[in-house]
Write a protein that binds this ligand. Structure first.
Ligand code: ADP
Length: 263
């Protein structure tokens, strides 16, 4: 029954997404049709000034519709996952410079990496873009600066306390946490944060795709992602990815990777 419920909730989310998009798209089309109608009338009457105004209106709507389909295509054309054994600490350390530059000088970025972190099995490129996205979100949430903590740890699923992760019955995971001291999320934002195209950022700054893609990546990697957030206090986003137990040969390679990242 739980699985059916989850499936139903998923279908509802997909329905809401496509319904919402169809609605927005229809509004834009109505705008274009209305403008064209008016142009036809005004052109007949020889009113050039108004014709120009309505042409501009139609163009604006058409451009917004095109941008919407662009984002939708980019979303559906996501790279297929290429899961591999990943040593997450070296991956994080290799991004340290990029992440520092991303947050700028007003944000203090600290790493707390478990020294004996397990390997995980996931697509390292997707993990990198997830970390970058989370860091950008954290920076945007701290316009006046603050502390940003990126932490890795080993976790038994039983120890994972999540309101909506019923699978957390067994198994072992690594946890990557990105915790900021920013504006936090209101209950409404928290409720919709994982939905594709949900954004509170001004047009052109946010796509609303970051968290939904991270959620999709986590679930497709047989992991999970959850958000804890307090308005005015900050936000902590945790990415759980399943432990991978390496064969002997793999371990030698991973040790090399660790040494390389530390040197
Ligand atoms: P985008 O960043 O393009 O808006 P996301 O899917 O990454 O898209 O995030 C959706 C929304 O969730 C953001 O617009 C913002 O309101 C909220 N959000 C995400 N991360 C944070 C954070 N660290 N602190 C506060 N709010 C956040």
């Amino acid at each position: 029954i739980e699985a059916q419920l989850r499936q139903a909730q998923k279908m509802e989310a997909v329905g809401q997404l496509t319904g919402g998009l169809a609605h927005d798209f229809n509004n834009l089309l109505q705008g274009i049709i209305g403008s064209l109608d008016l142009i036809q009338m005004q052109a007949g009457a020889g009113d050039i000034a108004n014709v120009e105004r309505f042409v501009q209106g139609a163009l604006n709507s058409a451009n917004r519709a095109a941008a919407m389909t662009h984002r939708l295509l980019a979303f559906s054309r996501r790279q297929p996952l290429d899961p591999r054994p990943v040593a997450t600490n070296p991956l994080i350390l290799s991004m340290a410079e990029l992440l520092r530059r991303t947050v700028g000088e007003s944000v203090t970025l600290t790493f707390e990496l478990a020294p004996d972190l397990w390997l995980t099995l996931c697509d390292p490129n997707q993990l990198e873009s997830a970390l970058l996205n989370l860091t950008i979100n954290a920076r945007d949430a701290m316009p006046d600066g603050g502390n940003l903590l990126i932490r890795s740890s080993n976790m038994d699923a039983g120890a994972i306390k999540s309101d909506n992760w019923s699978e957390a019955g067994g198994g072992q995971y690594i946890c990557i946490e990105v915790a900021d001291e920013g504006v936090g999320m209101s209950p409404e934002v928290l409720e919709h944060a994982f939905e594709p195209f949900f954004t509170t950022k001004p047009a052109g700054r946010g796509t609303g795709l970051g968290l939904s893609m991270i959620y999709g990546f986590a679930r497709q990697s047989n992991g999970y992602c959850d958000i804890r957030s307090e308005p005015g206090q900050g936000t902590s986003i945790r990415l759980y990815l399943p432990r991978h137990v390496a064969a002997l040969q793999e371990k030698a390679g991973q040790a090399d990777a660790v040494l390389h990242a530390l040197s």
